[in-house]
Design a protein around this ligand. Structure first.
Ligand code: CTP
Ligand code: ZN
Length: 157
């Protein structure tokens, strides 16, 4: 096998979005965020896990035929802030940007504190301040509980 065929694990796409440099092991969480497992979507989705990159191993998710919405990008930024989002058109990378955790996180994460006012019968919409970028840390505005890492990904709404 020559080096080229070793390198190419999943095919380039014609049009759509490549979510690259996903922290290794997080690809399926990205897939879940995109709602791919729940919906009968038409897009072709490719997932590569644990592939070589310049700085170790990474995961990649490719979604054909669509771009991501703001809420999806915010969620991805919370679980894997090193991600780059590549917009592909006619096989070319038309746009490349990093995701950036927002300053405030509203509605997309549940507070891990079960007695928090945001988890009661008539719930208040959960809202957090992003207090740290590495690792991403969020703090509930109501009970001041801090969450990071798995706690965030397990509590995505
Ligand atoms: N890609 C793709 N289909 C295309 C073009 C690119 O799936 N038609 C993928 C590449 O495989 C890569 C990502 O989109 O995973 C970004 O492509 P490119 O910018 O060409 O790669 P790099 O320069 O390696 O990106 P970076 O510098 O962000 O690591
Ligand atoms: Zn709370």
């Amino acid at each position: 096998m020559n080096t080229d065929s070793k390198k190419i694990k999943i095919s380039p796409i014609k049009k759509g979005t490549v979510i690259d440099h996903i922290r290794k092991g997080q690809a399926l969480k990205v897939v879940k965020i995109l709602g791919i497992m729940e919906q009968d979507i038409d897009s072709v989705v490719s997932i590569a896990m644990n592939v070589d990159s310049s700085s170790g191993r990474k995961d990649i998710v490719k979604v054909e035929g669509r771009e991501l919405i703001h809420e999806e990008l915010d969620k991805i930024s919370l679980i894997s802030p090193e991600v780059t989002v590549n917009i592909i058109d006619d096989y070319k990378v038309r746009d490349k940007h990093r995701v950036k955790p927002p300053k405030m996180v509203k509605g997309i994460v549940r507070c891990k504190n079960t007695t928090c006012i945001t988890n009661q019968k008539e719930p208040v919409e959960p809202e957090f301040e992003v207090t740290q970028g590495k690792p991403v840390t969020i703090k509930c505005l109501y009970c001041e509980r801090e969450m990071r890492g798995e706690e965030i990904s397990e509590n995505l709404r």
